[in-house]
Design a protein around this ligand. Structure first.
Ligand code: ADP
Length: 499
């Protein structure tokens, strides 16, 4: 990092000081655990920083700060004041954008080029969207049948102290998806980054301080899920958990929330179907379907991992997807030419390689990939070749469980009735794709697919104004769009007898 550049010098400071950096009540403090966690660059296996291993006492401190801030002057800020703070934060994120992307790339492996391209809209654009939304929160005036002149209206109030628990696959973006609605609605928050990739969240804390977010409004506590995450999910003074992560942890959060009946929103995993009909524009469908699963090394909750292909084009299409995958430049994400980075960690590498083994043992045919990459300077990183499996039975584990790696199951089908039924034969329901030139097929499947998003002739497009979330085991609640703010608000009905 160039130390003459003030934006990267901030990132350099985060890298060197992270071990003593919990951000609580507007101050950088050490964890009372005295313990640290290693941040490892998954492209090289090298330790790039240490972060504080927060514990339950740190969580208590942070929740208390968030509670005080909720009842302090923050409560009386106007929507315009909150909007101005969010816009200032967005300007600072813009100014430090490259350094934030670099921290994420070093911390979790994604290619810098991809982060720069995607996060501008998904993170920065979204922050500005929430700035606008801060002034658009309103209740209703409602007629009633009470005798006399009784006037009734609703007010939208912040839900309170939020625990934002986020994963490692898009750290800056996931953090902003929680920070934005908290600031727009007047809530307060304790943000817990994933232990694998906490650095950009710490830098965002510094930028929030510079933007004038008052002390205690957003606190950042790093640490492991079973300790800091669980302490937040069960905390009696937290009003809502906004969680993004695996469905198993999502279920444990719901159980932990029962004590004080916290509001919970869950953006969980999936096993999304991507359906290609023979009449599709295959020159678009090949890269679309391939990047729908290989993008971010498959570490995307809505990755199109069940690729249903109409039988008459199956062989040709699957070969083309396999070739596309083999031509992707895999390597260290900090290299500007790299398109696919490593998996986030050694654990994730082992998990993906295990699934590849399971697939082979279940009888799936490896069409391409299916192995770790160790050539040259990939030797110490956690790289897996983009993998295409054929000869899939619907019940196989690789066709039903979330792998979270660059592995796609290619499945032939004959009729729309058949594919509709097989695509929906999953407990998940996050993303889904349909590639066809036939508007009737597109419309029929848009209605019948059991998923929170249906992409027709595209995949994994996102926009701040468009709600995103799951059906079934993929969770509940929506992020993005007007619906997102509803998750952070509660409704009060006011009755005024004017007689
Ligand atoms: P992934 O499989 O993507 O790592 P996880 O669901 O394990 O997803 O992790 C997502 C986030 O949830 C991380 O911040 C992690 O630390 C946190 N987490 C993990 N276990 C728990 C738990 N028992 N309670 C609360 N948070 C947890």
């Amino acid at each position: 990092m160039n130390s003459n550049d003030p934006t990267s010098s901030l990132a350099a400071r985060i890298l060197s000081a992270a071990a003593n950096q919990l951000y609580i009540d507007g101050e950088w403090v050490a964890s009372s655990s005295g313990e640290q966690l290693e941040s490892i660059n998954p492209a090289t296996g090298e330790t790039i920083a240490h972060v504080a291993n927060g514990n339950a006492a740190d969580v208590d401190r942070a929740v208390a700060a968030a509670r005080r801030a909720l009842h302090g002057p923050w409560r009386d800020t106007t929507p315009y004041e909150r909007q101005a703070i969010i816009l200032k934060l967005a300007d600072l994120v813009d100014q430090h954008f490259d350094a934030l992307c670099l921290l994420d790339s070093m911390d979790m492996g994604a290619p810098l080029s991809r982060l720069r391209a995607n996060s501008r809209k998904r993170a920065l654009g979204r922050l500005r969207f929430y700035a606008g939304m801060a002034t658009a929160i309103h209740g209703n005036t409602i007629g009633n049948s009470a005798p006399g002149k009784v006037f009734t209206y609703t007010m939208r109030e912040p839900i309170g102290v939020v625990a934002g628990i986020i994963p490692w696959n898009a750290p800056m973006t996931s953090a902003i998806w929680k920070i934005g609605p908290v600031l727009a609605t007047g809530c307060t928050m304790v943000l817990k980054p994933a232990e694998q990739a906490s650095l950009s969240c710490l830098m965002l804390a510094e930028l929030m301080a510079q933007a004038g977010v008052p002390p205690g409004v957003v606190n950042v506590v790093t640490g492991v899920g079973e300790i800091t995450g669980a302490a937040l999910a069960g905390h009696p003074d937290v009003n809502k958990v906004a969680f993004t992560g695996s469905h198993a942890v999502g279920q444990s959060i719901v159980r932990a929330s029962a004590g004080n009946l916290k509001r919970v929103s869950l953006e969980l995993g999936g096993k999304s179907p991507d359906i290609v009909f023979a009449d599709a524009d295959l020159d678009k469908a090949v890269p679309g379907a391939a990047m729908g699963v290989f993008g971010n090394t498959g570490q995307v909750c809505c990755a199109g991992t069940r690729l249903f292909v109409e039988r008459k084009i199956y062989d040709e299409f699957v070969q083309r997807v396999a070739q596309f995958g083999q031509q992707l430049r895999v390597g260290n994400g900090q290299d500007p030419d790299v398109e696919i980075g490593p998996l986030v960690s050694k654990d994730q590498l082992e998990r993906v390689l295990d699934y590849i083994d399971i697939g082979r043992r279940e009888g799936a045919r490896t069409i391409s990939g299916g192995e770790r990459m160790t050539e040259g300077n990939l030797a110490n990183g956690y790289f897996v070749r983009p993998t295409v499996f054929g000869d899939i039975e619907d019940g196989m584990r690789i066709a039903t469980e979330e792998i979270f790696g660059p592995v796609v199951c290619a499945i032939p089908f004959d009729t729309i009735d058949e594919v509709e039924q097989r695509a929906n034969a999953t407990a998940f329901g996050l993303g889904s794709g349909v590639w066809t030139r036939d508007i009737n097929k597109a419309q029929r499947l848009s209605r019948s697919l059991h998923a929170g998003s249906v992409w027709v002739n595209c995949y994994n497009l996102m926009d701040p104004a468009v709600p995103f979330g799951g059906y079934g085991l993929s969770g509940y609640g929506r992020e993005g769009g007007v619906e997102h703010l509803d998750e952070y608000l509660q409704t009060k009905a006011v009755w005024i007898n004017a007689t």
